[in-house]
Ligand binder design. Structure first.
Ligand code: OFO
Length: 165
């Protein structure tokens, strides 16, 4: 059975994953309004992935006899000013999420709750992949010219990122 401490930490993580999903939604809508439809579709898909993470943590808490309390999600802001800022925000969000997950991994280790430790390894791997993806997106946006992107570069970047999974 989950300890109170781990239950609280996992509940907070649910809120953080929900917040992540909102950040991606906010960025996706910004992209849509800035003629970045490929970027928009990538970010929309990713927002959905964050909700999947949230749902998996909810299921895990319930499976281990803990209780889930759904909390408020803060407003994601500010909107980015350009594509580089947009992907910087993606990277920052992922780094913060990784740090939070590492703290829970640490807690599970201190308690010798190996089931939770084991469950969290899946999230640790997800975060590693997502941080890498965010760094790649940033590189692609820089190569496309960053803030001074030509229309042609914008077109190519949209195509490229729209096909990124
Ligand atoms: Fe939920 O993985 Fe990103 O933040």
């Amino acid at each position: 059975r989950l300890s109170q401490t781990l239950s609280k930490a996992l509940n907070d993580q649910i809120t953080l994953e929900a917040y992540s999903a909102q950040v991606y939604l906010m960025l996706a809508c910004w992209a849509d309004q800035n003629m970045l439809d490929g970027v928009n579709s990538f970010l929309m898909k990713h927002s959905q992935e964050e909700r999947v993470h949230m749902a998996k943590i909810i299921e895990y808490i319930q499976e281990r006899g803990g209780s889930v309390k759904i909390d408020a999600i803060k407003k994601p802001e500010p909107e980015p000013k350009n594509i580089l800022e947009c992907f910087e925000m993606v990277l920052q969000q992922e780094i913060e999420n990784t740090e939070s997950i590492y703290k829970i991994v640490n807690l599970s280790m201190q308690e010798g709750d190996w089931a939770t430790w084991n469950f969290l390894q899946w999230l640790v791997n997800e975060q590693r992949e997502e941080e890498k993806l965010a760094l790649d997106l940033l590189d692609k946006a820089k190569l496309a010219g960053g803030e001074d992107m030509t229309d042609n570069a914008r077109f190519e970047l949209n195509k490229l990122i729209g096909n990124t999974g």
